[in-house]
Design a protein around this ligand. Structure first.
Ligand code: DAH
Length: 357
């Protein structure tokens, strides 16, 4: 019995983990373990022998069981200590430098102009960038033979031979949203639609994809004077100045009559673009009184409603406001440029809080 005791107590002391401990438990005090076998021998003993051996075997069993329990607790403590030693975290370490991105000047300018027009009662409308040539041209009084179609350098979607769905184009301007908005909302109506447009063109002030914001106001008593006031107020708010030198030029668009284009005085000296000075003019928008045929195409009676519309180049506005001389850089995704011209994304522009900071 002493041999058994010293054998199992030392095995328990040496056990490396709970699995080893369980193996020892089965071998020592399990149902078929050595202590159980010894207990079976009690039957063959004389009553005197049994009186000595019985309690001694029970004591041995208890001692081994206690040693197992104590060792198990010890192993659990050791495991916890080991986890605490390896899985630690220094909560006093400095945090990683924050790496927030910046808002692209086009996004910033869009947010700004949306805030300004919202204040004047215009809501934001949207339309698809891939549209049918009916919405992009016909409904805007640009029929198939019209030279304006050729002038726009349109990207046409490929059509397989035999595919007789109506032709689709990458919209060349945001004007088709005028038609979609009239169809959806009827009159009276006051909307702007900012978004991307496409034309095959590429130089310092033209890129194949650029951004416009369309405006449309329809009611029963709207005149060219309302258009001029709206545009002047917008430009002053956007450039955050009391006065901007604007040039209204008589022009022609198929979808307006009469039509006007608006330029802003600016200078391009030594690679810098400045607004409000110099002898150059940058065209920023087209506008006019909506042609009756366009109003009718939108499902509205042109004898009751009339209104004005405009299309402003957002990228050009951003170039002028932030002095960015080359439009092509807007779309190069050069990180240094984006960091330099980007805006803090949490500063939402508002007329009360300030447009740009
Ligand atoms: N859609 C014209 C363009 O892209 C711009 C324009 C001119 C829009 C006059 C208008 C407008 O709404 O009335 O060149």
């Amino acid at each position: 019995m002493d041999d058994l005791k010293s054998k199992y107590l030392s095995q328990i002391a040496d056990a490396a983990d709970e699995n080893a401990l369980e193996t020892i438990r089965v071998a020592a005090v399990g149902k078929k373990g050595e202590v159980a076998l010894k207990m079976r021998e009690l039957g063959k003993m004389t009553p005197e022998e049994r009186q000595v051996a019985g309690p001694a075997l029970n004591a041995l069993k208890n001692e081994i069981n206690s040693a197992l329990v104590a060792k198990k607790a010890g192993l659990a403590d050791a495991a916890l200590d080991e986890r605490l030693r390896t899985e630690w975290l220094d909560v006093t370490l400095p945090t990683r430098a924050s790496r927030t991105g910046t808002l692209h000047p086009v996004s910033q300018a869009s947010e700004e102009l949306t805030a300004i027009f919202a204040e004047m009662g215009f809501s934001v409308a949207e339309g698809p960038r891939i549209d049918t040539d009916w919405y992009n041209f016909d409904a805007l009084n640009i029929p198939g033979h019209h030279p304006a179609r050729a002038e726009m350098d349109t990207f046409y979607m490929h059509r397989a031979e035999g595919d007789d769905r109506p032709p689709h184009v990458l919209r060349t301007h945001t004007s088709p949203v005028q038609i979609r908005s009239m169809e959806k909302m009827g009159a009276p109506l006051r909307i702007i639609c900012p978004g991307g447009v496409y034309r095959a063109d590429y130089d310092q002030t033209h890129t194949p994809m650029f951004h416009q914001v369309e405006g449309l106001a329809l009611d029963t008593d709207i005149s060219m004077a309302n258009l001029k006031w709206t545009l002047e107020e917008f430009v002053k708010s956007f450039f955050e100045v009391d006065d901007v030198e604007l040039r209204f030029r008589a022009s022609h668009f198929p979808f307006t009559e009469p039509s006007a284009e608006v330029d802003i005085r600016c200078s391009w000296k030594d690679g810098t673009l400045k607004i409000g000075e110099g002898d150059d003019w940058m065209e920023i928008l087209g506008s006019g009184m909506v042609h009756p045929k366009v109003i009718a195409a939108g499902g509205i009676d042109p004898d009751v409603y009339q209104g004005f519309a405009f299309g402003i180049g957002i990228d050009r506005l951003a170039m002028l406001k932030y002095g960015i001389p080359d439009l092509r850089a807007f779309f190069d995704s050069d990180l240094r440029w984006l960091r330099h011209y980007g805006f803090q994304c949490l500063d939402m522009p508002s007329l009360h809080g300030g447009l740009s900071r």
